[in-house]
Structure formats: structure tokens, C-alpha cells
Design a binder for this molecule. Structure first.
Ligand SMILES: [Zn+2]
Length: 300
């Protein structure tokens, strides 16, 4: 039996701390004075990945890219790959299709001009993409999207139906030359448990041992792993926590920050031991396109 290749994609959503859902819900400009000092997490993440020879896919907001132009250009020179996270960090639920089309055209053009490179990939703010908007991405010339969450998250996500696609890797789906990459999860007693980063890994606390075992078990059998996080989660500075935030939001913003680097390194170690190749989404998409349209159908 021939051994199929396994791929891991490490991503980051390049957005400001004030774009975080619970903060932006407080109103315009809440905590925006903390944005620049919490963006050091982006450099720490990319440096950590580079230490392991890994290059990241960076889903950038056009609004953030305008402020971080020099830094993002430097990261692109270092081999990290830009993709689009939207014009602003607005949930697509609150946007009709025409506005989505206009904003996405404008954001793509802005990011391409700012970084001097083509933008082929998209991830929706709050993973809030639905199928109608996915068709618009396809029409606008994007090669892939990575907005699918197959587990309970916020009210915004879980709307993307890939039943019209061929499954080509674990949580990678193809229709024609367009690809949808879902966020990794592990089935556990019939439930989809997130194992892909963000707050889900960071907040695991005493449950980290169990989560790490799930990732180990996933890595043994599956052929695509996707990781994501936000810059503030690796910042060396403590995020502000406005008094009016709910207790669970305060917990989300402040918990598990100090040992997140160690968890990411543990995940990289697991993936290396199980023979994963670390790759960006553009490179993976090129490989999958060359393979033709045959689904290889791993289990989910
Ligand atoms: Zn985001």
C-alpha cells in the first residue's frame, strides 16, 4: 500500500486586538490604543515557525495591512504567504452579497498593491462564510477559502456546506479548481472537538494533556492539519480587559497566554514525528490541482 503524503498548514489571522469580537462589540475604537503593542505576537509566531523551518499563511485584513505594510512586506520576503481576511473585521452575516463582493474586490486590490503580490486565498472574519458568498470568491478568482468550521463555535459560523465538493484530503474539498480547507477537528464520542489552535488550544488548561493526545491520535490517521491563531495570543504584553466585558470574555482574552508557545511547539513536534510536510495554502493548492479531480476520501 502506498503511503499518502500528509500536510500541515500553520496560519495566522492578521487582525488588530480591537478586532476581537468581544472587544469590537464594545463600540468603535474600544482598546485600539493597545493594538500596536499586542501585534508583537505576529513576529513571535512567525519567528517560532521559522525556527522550525515552517512558513505561515497570513490571512490579513486590508485595514491592518495598511498600517503594517513594511512589516508584512518583510514577512513576505521571509517566505510567509499573504491571503485575505477581509476589508474590515465585519461578520459576513451582517453583509448582503453585493456589499461582500464590493468589499472583497477592494480589499484584494488593496492587499495586492500593498504587498506587491497576488492574493489567492480567503478566510472570513469569524469563519462566517456561507455558500452564496463562497460562489462570489470563486467568481473573483480566488483559488481557495479556509472558513469552514465543522464544530460549534460562535453564532456566525457553521454555514458552509461542502456536499457539492470532492473530498481530497481530511477537511480539504475540491470543486473544479477551487478548494475549501476546513479547520481541523477530532471526532470524540460523536462530537467534533476543535484541535486547530485559536482559543480552543490556548484555553485547554489542565485539559491540555487530553487535547495533545487527540492531536497525536489525529496525526496518526489523517493527512491534513490546519492551525490558526491571532497575534494577541502570542504577545508578550497583557491584553487590556475592560470592566464591562463578561467573565467568559475576560477568561478568553487573558487565559493560557504564557504557555501558548510551548503548546504550539508540542504540536509541531507531534506533526514532525508523524511525517507531516509543512506547507502554505498556495503551495498545497498547486499540488492538489496537479493531482486532478480524483477524491482520495480519508475518514472524517
Ligand atoms: Zn478574524
Amino acid at each position: 500500500m502506498s503511503e499518502s503524503k500528509k500536510y500541515a498548514v500553520f496560519t495566522i489571522d492578521v487582525e488588530a486586538f480591537s478586532d476581537t469580537g468581544c472587544i469590537s462589540a464594545l463600540g468603535k475604537n474600544a482598546c485600539s490604543d493597545a493594538d500596536s503593542c499586542l501585534m508583537d505576537g505576529l513576529e513571535r509566531y512567525l519567528s517560532l515557525l521559522e525556527w522550525h523551518g515552517i512558513r505561515s499563511t497570513m490571512f490579513a485584513l486590508a485595514s491592518t495591512a495598511k498600517k503594517l505594510g513594511d512589516k508584512l512586506r518583510e514577512y513576505v520576503r521571509r517566505g510567509h504567504e499573504p491571503a485575505l481576511h477581509g476589508l474590515n473585521h465585519t461578520s459576513l452575516d451582517s453583509m448582503d452579497n453585493e456589499r461582500f463582493r464590493e468589499e472583497t474586490v477592494a480589499a484584494k486590490a488593496l492587499l495586492e498593491k500593498e504587498l506587491g503580490t497576488d492574493i489567492n486565498g480567503y478566510r472570513a472574519p469569524f469563519f462566517s462564510l456561507d455558500n452564496e458568498k463562497l460562489e462570489i470568491l470563486n467568481e473573483l478568482g480566488f483559488s481557495y477559502d479556509s472558513s469552514r468550521m465543522a464544530y460549534p463555535g460562535s453564532d456566525h459560523n457553521g454555514k458552509l456546506d461542502v456536499s457539492g465538493f470532492d473530498k481530497v484530503l481530511c477537511e480539504a474539498y475540491r470543486r473544479g479548481d477551487f478548494f475549501e480547507y476546513g479547520i481541523s477537528h477530532k471526532k470524540f464520542f460523536g462530537m467534533n472537538v476543535p484541535i486547530s489552535g485559536g482559543g480552543y488550544i490556548r484555553l485547554s488548561g489542565p485539559g491540555w494533556g487530553a487535547v495533545r493526545s487527540m492531536i497525536e491520535s489525529y496525526a496518526k490517521t489523517e493527512d491534513l492539519y490546519i492551525f490558526y491563531l491571532h497575534p494577541f495570543e502570542l504577545s508578550q504584553n497583557t491584553p487590556p480587559c475592560p470592566r464591562e466585558l463578561a467573565a467568559h470574555d475576560k477568561y478568553y482574552l487573558r487565559h493560557g497566554l504564557r504557555d501558548y508557545c510551548a503548546k504550539i511547539e508540542a504540536i509541531i513536534d507531534i506533526l514532525k514525528r508523524h511525517g507531516f510536510e509543512f506547507i502554505t495554502f498556495d503551495a498545497l493548492t498547486r499540488i492538489l490541482k496537479q493531482k486532478g479531480g480524483t477524491p482520495c476520501g480519508s475518514s472524517s
